[in-house]
Ligand binder design. Structure first.
Ligand SMILES: O=C(O)COP(=O)(O)O
Ligand SMILES: [Mg+2]
Length: 231
């Protein structure tokens, strides 16, 4: 079986970058509740959990754009920016108030991060979720003590699949890209890692727009964090 260390061709594993939604936390119940409350407030039909799950992963603006395309039954690129801005503002209010109510850590995440931390592995969170929502979630679940660096979807002008957020995380951790591995749940994480020049492991249980993340050909695919530690 391949290992995280084994992905580095003999170079030492010094850092791991983690995606947030669908990798460390199951956030869709809170995202869907906030999205549906926002849609209803503006007199659109609510979207529900299953649809919301398939829309997460490209940041809050895209989530809202996809919800509007669905509600108005028009293509995503035909949704007007002013409608997106309007729903996004309402969504931010709802999600900001209720981001940690139904959200849970996936099994094994806390202990795995604690273990790697004890081994001296440096860790960062690189998510497309805006930083002001991601930070309180990391604090709520006690993960901030293991991950001193957070690069959110609005930290830079670009987001995953652009490699820049991953490169910034390495810089802030003070670790070379050559000693770093990305762990995510979607094709965006795989593309960003490839473009940054680092190997990528994926969890199979995440979101990935409703498609199996195996299709994106990660270097390692695991079903849970226990396997990621064991591997
Ligand atoms: O789309 C989002 O807001 C979150 O995406 P993530 O999977 O990069 O954490
Ligand atoms: Mg994700």
């Amino acid at each position: 079986m391949k290992t995280l260390q084994g992905l580095l061709d003999g170079r030492e594993l010094k850092a791991i970058l983690f995606d947030l939604d669908g990798t460390l936390i199951d956030s869709v119940p809170d995202l869907a509740a906030a999205l549906d409350a926002s849609l209803e407030q503006l007199y659109y039909t609510p979207a529900g959990l299953v649809r919301t799950r398939s829309w997460v992963g490209n940041g809050a603006r895209k989530l809202v754009q996809r919800a509007l395309a669905n509600a108005l039954e028009i293509p995503e690129n035909a949704v007007s920016p002013s409608l997106i801005d309007q729903l996004l503002a309402v969504f931010f209010d709802h999600y900001g108030e209720h981001s940690c109510e139904q959200t849970v850590l996936y099994d094994g995440v806390y202990d795995a991060l604690s273990n790697w931390h004890q081994q001296g592995i440096r860790m960062a969170c690189v998510t497309n979720k805006p930083a002001r929502f991601s930070d309180p979630i990391l604090v709520h679940f006690g993960l901030q003590q293991f991950m001193p660096v957070l690069v959110g979807g609005d930290t830079l002008a670009v987001r995953k699949p652009d490699p820049a957020p991953l490169l910034l995380a390495c810089e802030q951790l003070g670790v070379d890209v050559a000693n770093t591995v990305m762990v995510g749940d979607s094709v965006n994480d795989v593309r960003a890692a490839r473009a940054a020049g680092m190997p990528v492991a994926c969890v199979s249980y995440g979101y990935n727009h409703g498609a199996p993340v195996a299709d994106a050909n990660p270097d390692l695919l695991v079903d849970n964090f226990f396997d990621l530690v064991r591997s």
